[in-house]
Design a protein around this ligand. Structure first.
Ligand code: 4AD
Ligand code: MG
Length: 499
């Protein structure tokens, strides 16, 4: 029976066989250090010319990055933190020797990597992201199942829009137009009237004709819908769900979060502290305040200072490079790559901040928040913010109006801290048939497609609420990623349909 790398600690002192691929090879005289991956983890395997027979050493000399093999050897402790155990190789069996693997250990551009996504998935960072995603999915099912929710599958071909008509993907459904689902919510509402509490977990499609770091054309959404829940109960549920998920990741994905260099103290805050709740009006006041201007001004100055420091370090390392020894040279190269990446981010930030300051100051009550407004609002807090009671004009037709002040819709958006912005959108649903009919007309939606939905208000209408959690946005936030394209195995966004 072969051993998975993740189980090596259980086999200390024993001889095991691991099947996998070579991620990296370092060598010095008569010794090869392989980093092997098998999907479960990465580990180091050491082949020493003195310890193996002639044929094995000959085979080892052929090994290249991503060659596939099985290694047999003894599991011994290795007191380096990333790989607590290593394999002292006695034998290898080669499956395939790889020539010219396209993704080397040098820096590659994002486009190149996205074009090689089928291979890029093998690298440690992507491996860690996919495992975080997997753990989040698992935690979501656990959370809802433990609370007695019934999982339902909403249809993907739909006859009507749910979230506005501007982002619909139209298909030909036996000669009539059908749209790929923008949201399973309306079907979720029907199912909630049958089962009480349900959640959908499915693919969702939006034609978003612009490239942003938050938008995909195909993404996964979790949409719970609960009979007899009002907006406050809805917000309580969102908060406890997010705490549950993040706690599960913190407990089970230490290795992955370390690899991603995620500052876990920030995630711990989400678990330990209460979320902020504020109305849209309060959020607008904060956005337009002097406090916002001062904070952003300070961020700008910090970015400028950090840039100066990094440029100085870069210069120093470049001077040291020509005369450095081999090991140190590699270290310098790595650090220079890091510096370059950070400088690029800072440059973008310094370009953005003045625009954010301007649009924050000029924001008009009644408008919807843009991505940068959300970023700025989250800048004030270290925990998620639940902004509720938006102008009804900017929200979907199904939102209930605030009975105390009909200017506002009983919707809530959850803005993740550290600049991430909206990860959840939801609210309390309109229960009155006549109000809904009027809203459907105002939104220029075809009434016939909503007849079945109106039945839900004709036959036992009750207060109910729900929300939609964007899986990729949550993964980006938890893993600390700049862009959602890395959070899904094969991203679909504007200008990207392959691989
Ligand atoms: O705010 P949205 O549009 O809400 C709905 O679809 C409701 N029907 C949900 C409900 O109440 N049942 O989308 C919900 C979430 C957003 O907060 C965001 O996290 C994610 O879905 N999302 C996207 N994620 C990636 N790419 C896109 N283009 C997204 N559009 C929305
Ligand atoms: Mg939204």
């Amino acid at each position: 029976m072969n051993t998975r790398i993740i189980d090596l600690p259980k086999h200390e002192g024993n001889t095991v066989t691991v099947q996998g691929w070579i991620y990296n090879i370092r060598e010095s005289k008569g010794i090869k250090f392989l980093v092997i991956r098998d999907g479960s983890e990465f580990c180091q395997a050491v082949i020493s010319q003195q310890e193996v027979n002639e044929q094995t050493w000959k085979d080892a000399e052929q090994l290249t990055q991503e060659s596939s093999l099985a290694v047999t050897g003894k599991v011994v402790p290795n007191h380096r933190d990333r790989f607590p155990f290593e394999i002292q190789v006695q034998n290898i069996q080669i499956y395939q020797i790889v020539k010219d693997y396209p993704i080397t250990h040098k820096e590659h551009g994002v486009d190149f990597l996205m074009n090689h996504r089928h291979l890029w998935l093998r690298t440690p960072r992507q491996w860690a992201i996919m495992r975080v995603r997997n753990r989040i999915i698992y935690a979501i099912h656990q959370f809802f199942q433990e609370q007695g929710f019934v999982q339902m599958d909403a249809p993907i071909f739909t006859a009507n829009a749910c979230e506005g008509t501007s982002t619909l993907f139209e298909t030909d459904y036996y000669g009539t137009p059908a749209y790929l689902s923008q949201s399973g919510q309306l079907y979720g509402e029907a199912m909630a009237m049958a089962m009480g509490k349900i959640y959908t977990f499915g693919p969702t499609f939006r034609a978003e004709k612009s490239q942003t770091r938050r938008h995909l054309s195909e993404f996964w959404m979790i949409e719970p819908e609960m009979a007899f829940y009002d907006l406050d109960m809805n917000m309580d549920l969102i908060e406890s769900m997010l705490k549950y998920i993040v706690h599960a990741v913190l407990t089970n994905c230490r290795t992955e979060l370390n690899l991603l260099q995620r500052d876990t103290s920030k995630l711990q805050k989400l678990v330990d502290e209460s979320f902020i709740r504020m109305t849209y009006q309060e959020a607008v006041e904060l956005l337009k305040s002097d406090k916002t201007q001062t904070l952003l001004q300070k961020d700008l100055e910090n970015a400028q200072q950090q840039t100066q420091e990094l440029l100085a370090e870069q210069k120093q390392l470049q001077q040291e490079h020509p005369s450095a020894k081999k090991g140190r040279k590699a270290e310098i190269d790595r650090r220079l790559q890091e510096i370059n990446a950070t400088l690029k981010d800072l440059e973008e930030l310094m370009r953005n901040i003045p625009q954010w300051m301007k649009s924050a100051k000029e924001f008009e009550l009644g408008n919807d928040f843009g991505g940068s407004d959300e970023t700025v609002i989250t800048r004030h807090f270290e925990v998620p913010i639940m902004v509720h009671r938006y102008p009804h004009e900017v929200k979907a037709f199904y939102m209930k109006r605030d009975p105390k002040d009909s200017r506002w819709a009983m919707g809530v958006d959850v803005l993740a801290p550290e600049g991430y912005g909206e990860i959840v959108g939801g609210g309390e649903r309109e229960t009155d048939e006549q109000v809904l009919i009027q809203k459907i007309q105002e939104h220029n939606l075809p009434m016939s497609a909503f007849e079945w939905y109106l039945d839900l208000r004709r036959f036992g209408s009750v207060p109910h609420s729900g929300f939609g959690l964007g899986l990729e946005r949550l993964v980006a936030y938890v893993a600390g990623l700049h862009h959602v394209r890395e959070t899904i195995p094969f991203a679909r966004h504007y200008n990207r349909l392959t691989p």
